[in-house]
Design a protein around this ligand. Structure first.
Ligand code: PLP
Length: 453
């Protein structure tokens, strides 16, 4: 019998994270200070992040030890199983073996706790007692709420208002884990008040909520800000996923031909794929593919440019594929894939042709997700459905080419708190969104005059 689940014992959990910056053929461009146009210094970032995480953000050391206290929490749900999707394979009737890392087994139901836990730990170790953050559909806010509770930190979450109103369950999870959740734009920050003055009915956006959370952090003593994706240290923490999968593949004597993930800010995609990108840099024949929505096609249509991470321009300028910091995405159901930018590491890898990117319509992604649920049982998060659509595509291609392939992907989370979006799909209420060309013109205007990467 071929294995369906490949498991690691607790003591086999990787004890270090992998830092791709040690192996890049060309170094990354630095984040810039918007006022001077010079690379940001650690001191510039000190009011926003604790120094131990700022050091992790910039380091080129290849392996970073995972602190014991973090490993102890990881072991509550890690190592996550590497699963073979035999039933889905049968449905696709293609010469492929499909494996996935089930990150839906974490307490918050997604990969987000992989970085929430170390971020809470490092802030606590630095003497911080309170974190502020933002969240879209609530996956990040709930993961950080749990992690803050574990290490005795207070937590305030600014949640994009439209999600706050339409998706109450993750806000309730945040409250269960002891955090405060505030709809954004709010009237408790200047950034929020400015938006409300111009648009009293603003549904909010991640860019606005980030501005509010940073302002909140820098204006409270003992507070820092925490981001759930995009930054180098976040992607570093997520490499636990790919590193575990390499140990698991070694156990069954296989190695993937293609590694895939959905890409919002880029953290779960990078988490599974960076250890394989390392192998690719060193000559291994492996393809790496990121899947994003056609409604927010950062990697496939955005320019590579220096841009802000938020609407109020409080972040450094980051070198990334971007749809412009003033982008307000269409209300697609994959809330976690609606960010205007892409992680600088992922952007750099695409620029260097080390990875590929593809975009999928919302209807195709839900079709793939429902096929998955009806064959494999587990109901995927709407974000995860994007990579499942990409897997379907890859399998179809393998069939056409008559080539056998081993596919690995990151099953980034379950959809048990997103069932309303499945109902919308099943009752024909979802429409496909394609980014209009005018929006690319707007993005180009948004980055006009910024330094060129
Ligand atoms: C947040 C989220 C994503 C998108 O974020 P990335 O940083 O791109 O990984 C994808 N899937 C799930 C389940 C999420 O919660």
């Amino acid at each position: 019998m071929e294995p369906i689940k490949v498991l690691l014992e607790d003591q086999e959990i990787p004890r270090q994270w992998y830092n791709i910056q040690a192996d890049l053929p060309t170094p990354m461009r630095p984040p810039l200070h918007p006022a001077t146009g010079k690379p940001v210094s650690p001191e510039d970032l000190a009011p926003i992040f604790p120094m131990n995480l700022i050091e992790q953000e910039a380091t080129t050391q290849r392996w970073i030890d995972i602190p014991e206290e973090v490993l102890e929490k990881y072991l509550l749900w890690r190592p996550s199983p590497l699963c073979r999707a035999r039933n889905f394979e049968k449905l696709l009737d293609a010469p492929v073996k499909i494996f996935y890392k089930n990150e839906g087994v974490s307490p918050a139901g997604s990969h987000k706790p992989n970085t929430a836990v170390p971020q809470a730990y490092y802030n606590k170790a630095f003497g911080i007692n309170r974190l502020s953050t933002e969240t879209g559909a609530g996956q990040w806010g709930s993961a950080l709420s749990m992690a803050c509770q574990m290490f005795g930190l207070e937590c305030r979450v600014f949640m994009v208002r439209v999600s706050y109103e339409q998706k109450p369950y993750r806000r309730m999870m945040m409250n269960v884990w002891g955090a405060e959740c505030i709809p954004s734009p709010s009237d408790i920050t200047e950034a929020g008040r400015n938006v409300l003055a111009a648009h009293p009915d603003s549904p909010g956006s991640l860019g606005i909520a980030i501005s509010e959370a940073i302002e909140d952090a820098v204006s409270h003593p003992g507070s820092r800000y925490s981001l759930g994706s995009v930054l180098n240290h976040v992607l570093l923490h997520q490499t636990i996923v790919g590193l575990e999968s390499q140990k698991q593949f070694a156990k069954i004597g296989l190695y993937p031909d293609v590694v895939m993930g959905c890409a919002g800010g880029g953290s779960n995609f990078a988490g599974i794929s960076l250890p394989y990108v390392r192998d690719r840099i060193h000559g291994k024949d492996v393809r790496i593919v990121g899947a994003e929505p056609t409604a927010c096609p950062t990697l496939t249509r955005g320019p590579f440019a220096y841009d802000f991470g938020d609407l109020a321009k409080k972040t450094p300028l980051l070198p990334m594929y971007t749809l412009g910091h003033d982008y307000v995405p269409a209300p697609i159901h994959a809330g976690g894939l609606r960010y205007h930018g892409m992680a600088p590491i992922v952007s750099h890898l695409l620029k260097e042709n080390l990875i590929e990117a593809k975009a999928y319509h919302q209807l195709d992604t839900f079709q793939a997700g429902v096929m998955w649920a009806r064959s494999e049982g587990f109901i995927p998060a709407p974000e995860t459905n994007h990579v499942i659509a990409a897997v379907v595509d890859e399998a179809r291609r393998a069939k056409e080419e008559g080539k056998e392939k081993v596919i690995l992907f990151n099953w980034s989370g379950h959809g048990m708190v997103d069932l309303a979006s499945y109902e919308a799909y099943l009752t024909g209420k979802l429409i496909p969104h394609e980014l209009p060309d005018e929006e690319i013109d707007r993005a180009l205007r948004a980055i006009e005059g910024f330094p060129k990467p």
